[in-house]
Design a protein around this ligand. Structure first.
Ligand code: HEM
Length: 505
C-alpha cells in the first residue's frame, strides 16, 4: 500500500534516503543488530547476508592476543596474478563478520565454562581456546593499492582516503614523512593483511604461509602485536600501565546493556553508519566496507613517567609535602588519562581504591562542567567529550558521529615499545582526523580561557600549559606543561573491502 500523503511520498522520493536502500536494517539505529540474547534468538536473514559480506574486526574487535601485520607491495606488471591471489585469500582465509559472530558464541561458551571451573586462566592457555576459534584474517587496500591492482573503478573516491596518511601530515601536525621509520618513510604500502590468534606460534606459521603464497607482490614489512595483560586473563593494558580498550562503540544488541539505567549517562550503542561505508566494488545490497587508520605510535615511558612525577610533585606541594605519595602518583596518572590505571574514571572518584571490579563506562562529565575532577585535556575527555561540546552549540547526537572504533594492539621491537593504533570508521575526515585535529591537538578545545592545551598522551603541536586541579574537585588549578610522550612513526589509510568485492577482483 502507498503510505502518506502525495506530498510526503514525493518528499521521500526526493530526499536522499538515510536508511540504506534495499536492506531491512536501520543503519542509524543505536540499539544494535542481532539478538539481545543469542541463546534465545538468531540473526535475521538480512543481518546474516550483511555480516556474510563484510569483514570481521569492523563491528567488533577480533579479540585475539597476538597478531602480525603484513604490509604488501604489488608489482603493477603482475596485477592479474596479485588479484587472483587476493581472490584465493578471500575465499579460503579472510574472516567474515558472520564467521566471527559464530565463533564468538563458541568463545563465549568456552570462557563461561572455564570461569565455572574457577580457572579463568584456562581460557587463553588450554586447548579449548584453540578449538574455540580459527585464526583470524583481515585484508585491506590503500588507495595506491587499488591503483597498482588496476582497480581504480572499485576504489572508494573519498579524498582523505585517497590522500593517504602522508597527505594528512600537516593537518594532524604529524612528523614529516621523511622522519618516519622505514619502510613507512618511502615505501608505497598497497595492502595490509592482519593475522591474529591467541597462540603466537599459530600466527607466525600462518603469516609465513600467507607470505609464501603471495603472487604478484612482496611483503615490505611486518609488525608484530601482542596484547599486554595483567595475568593470563586479566584486562588488557597499554605500555604506560593503563587498562585499554574499555570504551568503544558497540554495534551488537547482545553487547549493549539492556537496562535503561545502565546507559543513562553514556550509551555505548552505535548505528552501523558509524563504521560501514558503501563499497563501490561490492554487491549493491550487502557490499559494505570500512576505512581503517593505521598509525605506529611509539611510547616514551620515561618521558610519560617524568611528566606524571612532575604533576604528582605539584599535587604533593599543594598539600605541603615535598615528596609525592602513592595517591598523588595515582591521581596524576588519572588526570592525564581520565581513568586510573585499573580503568576507573577519575570523574567518578578521587581514588580507584574500593571500586568494584567492573570498569564503568556509564558516565559523563555533566557533574564536572569546570573540569575540576577530570581535566578537559585528559585523554579520554579529549577523545570522547561525552556531551562537553554541547556547550559550544553541537548536539550530543552530532558529537557522537565523530566516534571511532579502536582495534589497537601493543608492540615491542628492538627496545622500543608502543601501540599499533588501528581504528575503523565510515569516514576518516569526520571521525579519526576530526578527533585528532579538532579535539586532541586543539589547545582551545571546549575552553578558551584559560586554554585547555594538548591531550597529554597523544596531543601533537606546540606544548603549552595545561590546567590541573590542585586538589581533586577544587577550583584552584596548577598550570603545568607536559611534554609529548607518544611519537608517530608511520602509518597509512586503508579500506577493508567487502567479501563480494574481494571475491570478484
Ligand atoms: C581511550 C591509551 C592513542 C582515542 C584510551 C584509554 C587509554 C588509552 C588508557 C582508556 C581506556 C579505554 O577507554 O579504552 C592510549 C595510548 C595511545 C592512544 C597509550 C597511544 C600510544 C589514541 C589515539 C586516539 C585515541 C591516536 C585517536 C585519535 C581514544 C578513544 C578512547 C581512548 C576514542 C575512548 C574514550 C572514551 O570513550 O572514553 N586510550 N590511546 N587513542 N582512546 Fe586512546
Amino acid at each position: 500500500p502507498r503510505q502518506g500523503t502525495r506530498k510526503a511520498r514525493l518528499c521521500r522520493l526526493l530526499t536522499p534516503n538515510r536508511k540504506e536502500p534495499s536492506m531491512a536494517i536501520d543503519f542509524d539505529a543505536e540499539s544494535g543488530i542481532g539478538p539481545k540474547d543469542p541463546k534465545k534468538g538468531e540473526l535475521t536473514t538480512e543481518e546474516k547476508a550483511l555480516l556474510g559480506d563484510i569483514q570481521g574486526n569492523i563491528l567488533k574487535s577480533h579479540g585475539r592476543d597476538h597478531s602480525q601485520h603484513l604490509f604488501l607491495k604489488f608489482d603493477t606488471t603482475k596485477a592479474n596474478e596479485a588479484r587472483a591471489w587476493l581472490v584465493q585469500l578471500a575465499t579460503k582465509k579472510v574472516t567474515s563478520a558472520l564467521k566471527q559472530w559464530d565463533e564468538s558464541l563458541t568463545r563465549a561458551e568456552i570462557f563461561e565454562k572455564s570461569m565455572k571451573k574457577q580457572d579463568p586462566e584456562a581460557y587463553r592457555s588450554d586447548e579449548l581456546a584453540k578449538k574455540g576459534s580459527s585464526i583470524f584474517i583481515n585484508v585491506m587496500l590503500s588507495a595506491k593499492g587499488y591503483d597498482a591492482l588496476g582497480l581504480s573503478s572499485k576504489k572508494p573516491k573519498d579524498a582523505t582516503f585517497c590522500g593517504g596518511a602522508a597527505g594528512a601530515v600537516s593537518r594532524l601536525a604529524d612528523p614529516a614523512r621523511k622522519d618516519w621509520e622505514a619502510p613507512y618513510d618511502t615505501a608505497d604500502l598497497h595492502a595490509l593483511v592482519i593475522v591474529a590468534d591467541d597462540d603466537p606460534g599459530r600466527v607466525d606459521a600462518e603469516a609465513k604461509a600467507i607470505a609464501a603464497s603471495l603472487k604478484g607482490g612482496t611483503v615490505v614489512s611486518t609488525e608484530v602485536g601482542k596484547a599486554l595483560r595483567r595475568g593470563k586473563n586479566g584486562p588488557v593494558h597499554e605500555h604506560f600501565g593503563f587498562v585499554d580498550g574499555v570504551s568503544n562503540p558497540l554495534f551488537f544488541a547482545k553487547d549493549i546493556p539492556q537496562k535503561s539505567d545502565d546507559i543513562k549517562r553514556w550509551n555505548p550503542g552505535a548505528g552501523l553508519n558509524l563504521a560501514l561505508a558503501k563499497d563501490p566494488g561490492g554487491k549493491a545490497t550487502t557490499g559494505y566496507g570500512s576505512f581503517l587508520v593505521y598509525r605506529k605510535l611509539e611510547q616514551d615511558i620515561n618521558q610519560f613517567n617524568k611528566d606524571r612525577h612532575e604533576l604528582a610533585k605539584a599535587l604533593a606541594k599543594e598539600d605541603q609535602r615535598t615528596e609525592p605519595n602513592h595517591a598523588d602518583w595515582q591521581l596524576a596518572g588519572a588526570y592525564m588519562v581520565g581513568r586510573f590505571p585499573d580503568g576507573f574514571p577519575v570523574s567518578e572518584k578521587a581514588t580507584p581504591e574500593g571500586a568494584n571490579n567492573d570498569i564503568p563506562n556509564n558516565f559523563n562529565f555533566d557533574a564536572d562542567t569546570k573540569g575540576l575532577k577530570c581535566p578537559f585535556q585528559s585523554h579520554i575527555r579529549k577523545t570522547n567529550p561525552r556531551g562537553d561540546t554541547t556547550k559550544l552549540g553541537e548536539t550530543l547526537k552530532k558529537e557522537r558521529t565523530h566516534r571511532i572504533s579502536r582495534r589497537a594492539i601493543s608492540y615491542e621491537k628492538k627496545g622500543k615499545v608502543g601501540l599499533l593504533f588501528l581504528c575503523v570508521q565510515k569516514n576518516i575526515e569526520t571521525q579519526f582526523e576530526f578527533m585528532q585535529k579538532l579535539w586532541v591537538n586543539n589547545p582551545t578545545f571546549v575552553q578558551q580561557n584559560p586554554r585547555t592545551g594538548l591531550d597529554p598522551l597523544i596531543g601533537q603541536g606546540t606544548p603549552e600549559s595545561q590546567q590541573w586541579p590542585a586538589k581533586y574537585g577544587s577550583e584552584k588549578k596548577i598550570p603545568l606543561s607536559l611534554q609529548q610522550s607518544v611519537h608517530m612513526r608511520g602509518g597509512e589509510y586503508f579500506f577493508l573491502p567487502s567479501m563480494s568485492c574481494l571475491m570478484s577482483m
